[in-house]
Design a binder for this molecule. Structure first.
Ligand code: TRP
Length: 376
């Protein structure tokens, strides 16, 4: 990688910055592209194709063909994904979870969901352990609200499940040295020792289904491509410690409302949280970056540019499943017929109706937590 490329954008588990070139990232990380053949295979097994696959939002993978070979032989896989509870959930976080729910529904697979309160405590000097633990339980409500099957879904908070996770993490930790984590994660001598160990904790759930079921269970991790560094490490040691390497299916990161990079919880004004009120949604979308012109008159004449528009991107990534609706809105924007105000109103309505239902299911989930949580 040249210095210039390094400058253009950064994608690591701790930092996502700049204008991400997703095609180049595939080369940089050495992952594979989700091609038409793989999509056809998934469509055959699932009965349809999720819009996030159709739109290449889930666009890159490791070992998906092996995973599906095993599945076709009758060797069912388990899903694993996770969340670092540093605050409330925002809608960008929901992408891989919505996708995992679809896979669970279509293929009847188990899901293991890790809430890394330890990670966020270690990496964040502003957060106390009580904070990360209580955010973990709040985030669990969002997971449950998406409609996962309680019989097949196991959510765990690291500090409440450490007795089970620790032996698995130790197996990994013994085989990963300091120079590897320095190189992979950019750590240096000032990094605290908890952070240096942490990647072993994120690896542990890859082996948990095998331990619980007493057989070699293949694991598929749907997640943002920013997590790849962890799973490169996991995959390097998996066979040595007697397990399959996890397979991965990576999504592009949901864009921010200001049109830059990734939606980030640390910039609340450009991020929609699942706990936002209708008023929050109105004011955040009103401020969004668009591809519109300086004046309505100019836009009627020249048309807008939906390609760079954060409002259209939100629709594309999350809030409109129907491709023909996404395209017809883009078309009306380009022709100058649809102006930004009206277009923003359409998005506000979609987000508000999603949140209204989600928030009701989220409150309902408070009584269901025990059905989902794994504890020692
Ligand atoms: N490190 C992730 C985060 O900060 C949390 C996480 C733990 C995770 N295990 C995972 C994410 C597995 C994706 C897949 O959000």
């Amino acid at each position: 990688m040249t210095g210039a490329e390094k400058e253009r954008y950064t994608v690591t588990p701790w930092e996502v910055r700049g204008d991400i070139d997703y095609d180049e990232l595939v080369e940089r990380f050495g992952t594979s592209r989700v091609d038409d053949e793989l999509k056809t295979r998934l469509e055959k097994l699932a009965g349809d194709l999720h819009f996030m696959l159709r739109r290449n939002i889930f666009y890159s993978h490791r070992d998906m063909n092996w995973l599906l070979d095993e599945y076709e032989k009758g060797n069912k896989f388990a899903l694993y994904t996770g969340r670092g509870p540093s605050g409330h959930t925002h809608v960008g976080h929901l992408m891989p979870w919505i996708f995992a729910r679809w896979l669970q529904e279509k293929l009847g697979v188990e899901l293991y969901f890790q809430l890394t309160d330890d990670e966020k405590y270690l990496f964040n000097f502003d957060l106390e352990m009580e904070d990360t633990h209580s955010y973990a339980l709040e985030n669990a409500l969002d997971i449950i609200a998406l409609g996962f099957d309680p019989e097949k879904t196991h959510i765990f908070v690291d500090t409440d499940y450490i007795h089970t996770l620790y032996p698995l993490a130790l197996k990994v930790a013994k085989r990963v040295n300091f120079s590897t984590v320095k190189a992979v994660f950019g750590f240096d001598n000032s990094t605290n020792v908890g952070s240096i160990f942490y990647t072993a904790m994120q690896s542990a759930p890859c082996f948990l289904p095998s331990e619980r079921e007493g057989r070699m269970v293949p694991v598929l991790i749907p997640c943002g491509i920013d997590q790849d560094a962890h799973f490169r490490v996991t995959r390097d040691v998996a066979n040595t410690i007697g397990y399959h390497k996890p397979a991965l299916l990576y999504n592009k990161l949901a864009p921010s409302l200001d049109g830059s990079g990734k939606m980030s919880a640390s910039v609340p004004k450009t991020t929609i949280f699942t706990t936002d009120t209708p008023g929050d949604v109105d004011s955040k979308v009103a401020e969004a970056f668009t591809g519109g012109c300086m004046s309505a008159k100019e836009q009627r004449e020249k048309g807008g540019n939906p390609h760079i528009c954060a409002v259209q991107n939100y629709r594309f990534f999350l809030f409109e499943e129907d491709d023909s609706v996404v395209e017809s809105i883009a078309q009306r924007c380009r022709s100058g017929e649809l102006l930004c105000g009206e277009c923003k109103n359409l998005l506000k309505d979609s987000i508000k109706s999603f949140l209204k239902e989600h928030q009701a299911r989220r409150e309902d989930a408070r009584n269901k937590l025990d059905m989902f949580l794994l504890k020692d």
